[in-house]
Design a protein around this ligand. Structure first.
Ligand code: FE
Length: 219
């Protein structure tokens, strides 16, 4: 099964679930719903607190946070040094804190090094800077093949690496989460930090995409 195919397949399912109200929810969503009802009924969780959590991860936390960290690292050498030395503390300077972001490591891509992040065991992912993981990140295909055949997986994402580029695959755990600092695209010398942040994609911060120069994109 292709990695990127896995994404579109589950994206399609999600869309269907949204629009076919007559269909029975999936087994997992029924289980979650029952569990939630039970916890609320027993007074163990406050529904308002649950809503606040969902709202946080839907609207406040996401890859735009990570993009701001990357843009700062590109424009401020002292910040980049702090980020590479102690990513958790440097990221906390932005106030991006919280679960699944406690122990962060920043990995810098260079013309000769491509860092790629996976969680082979489950789906560990740096929520405060990237939000919730995409479906393909959680798929068996990505989790197993990113380690066995990283170049093949990157090709499926449209990334052809030269033979002399070293691919480093990093396995996330509950203890360590990674943020890839993609290379700053050529032709962006005149852009300010906010404009640079707008160029940074989620996938580039997982390491499965490299950023094209804005001039290439415009062509
Ligand atoms: Fe995991």
């Amino acid at each position: 099964m292709s990695v990127t195919g896995a994404e579109s397949a589950s994206g399609g399912e999600a869309q269907q679930a949204d629009h076919q109200h007559q269909t029975v929810p999936s087994d997992i969503s029924l289980r979650v719903k029952s569990l939630e009802s039970l916890l609320v009924e027993k007074g163990l969780v406050d529904p308002a607190a649950l809503d606040a959590l969902v709202d946080t991860y839907e609207h406040k936390v996401g890859p735009r946070n990570g993009a701001r960290v990357v843009a700062r690292a590109w424009t401020d050498a002292a910040y980049k040094a702090r980020l590479l030395a102690d990513a958790s503390t440097a990221i906390a300077e932005f106030g991006f804190l919280g679960v699944q972001g406690e122990h962060m490591v920043a990995l810098e891509n260079t013309p000769k090094i491509q860092n790629v992040v996976v969680c082979t065991l489950c789906s560990c992912y740096p929520w405060p800077v990237l939000g919730l993981p995409p479906a393909w990140y959680k798929s068996n295909a990505y989790r197993s093949r990113a380690v066995i055949d990283p170049r093949g997986v990157l090709q499926e994402f449209g990334l052809e690496l030269a033979a002399d580029v070293e691919v480093r695959v990093w396995d996330s755990t509950a203890e360590l989460r990674y943020l890839v600092i993609p290379e700053r695209p050529a032709g962006t010398e005149d852009l300010d930090e906010a404009a640079l942040a707008a160029l940074v994609t989620r996938n580039s911060m997982i390491g499965v995409e490299n950023l094209a120069s804005p001039k290439q994109v415009a062509k």
